[in-house]
Design a protein around this ligand. Sequence first.
Ligand SMILES: [Mn+2]
Length: 353
Amino acid sequence: MKIALITDTHWGARGDSPAFAEYFNRFYYEHFFPYLSEHGITNIFHLGDIVDRRKYINFVTARHLRKFVEHCDVSGIRLDVIIGNHDTSFKNTNEVNSMRELFEHSTYDIHYYSDPGVVSLGGTDIAVIPWICSGNYEESMQFIKDTNAQILFGHLELAGFEMYKGAINDHGFDSKIFDKFDLVCSGHFHHKSTRGNINYLGAPYEMSWSDYNDPRGFHVFDTETREIEFIRNPLTMFNKVHYHDQDKTIDEIMDMDFDHYKGSYVKLIVHTKTNPYWFDMFVDKIEKAGVLDLQVVDDNLNLQLEDDGDIVNEAEDTLTVLNKVVDQVESRVDKKVLYNFLSSLYNEALSVE
Ligand SMILES: [Mn+2]
């Protein structure tokens, strides 16, 4: 049996942004569901963080989520969902959670897990570990010790894995406690990474600039071979465009198609700008494509940077800039702690309306 694995969908992300909702929906209805129907897959396992907000839901967001669940229903898809940290209202218990409050009495083929347990799919036992909090810590640890399942799906916070590209989480559980399992798949960190038997599957799409150029998508788990296959989401929300007009003709410069940047964030990196009028036409063309946000990064003053890599580095993401600032600060404060504090503030700021 094949099961589609998806995680960290964060419905309602970026302050219930309609543009992000549209980008998410394009993934579901143009890529995810068509793939499932093409491959005859009738099981979806969601590994947590269904919604973005822990304490309440916007009606429009609730509708997008309901449409997803209804689509599963009419397509004969069974949906299994693990409760993640974004799905729980309280820090010390998973008792009040998004799935229970929204779907407790639904007649859909939907199963959600707020406590550890074993679910059998296609003859394979799968241990399920939702978000571990103080209230279920003992029970979760005992369960990990006792279970005979060889496959584990969870929403785990493990030390030593990348939260997003380049940022390693230094607290959380030691992955050694999961050594007994053949395969561990987890939600929580949005960057896809694998070490040993542990697989962070990663979010299905981009939600901030720190996700730029970081492969996103979903996985298919085969209960017979016990292998997982990554299916990449071709849609991006964060894009970089390079401008270079030296030794070029106006036709060469304008011969670029921006239609696929519609509704997305674009960072325009200016390498050389010898003709301001051409540049204005170029910017105009990007804007007319209907981009959501256009940021111009000028490298005009820094022409000695010939290497593309250097120039791209000049147009760094906020997190990289923060990291460098922390590096340069002369202080006795633990730099890792300071950087983690700043990056968590930054990520919190992104989710503020
Ligand atoms: Mn998440």
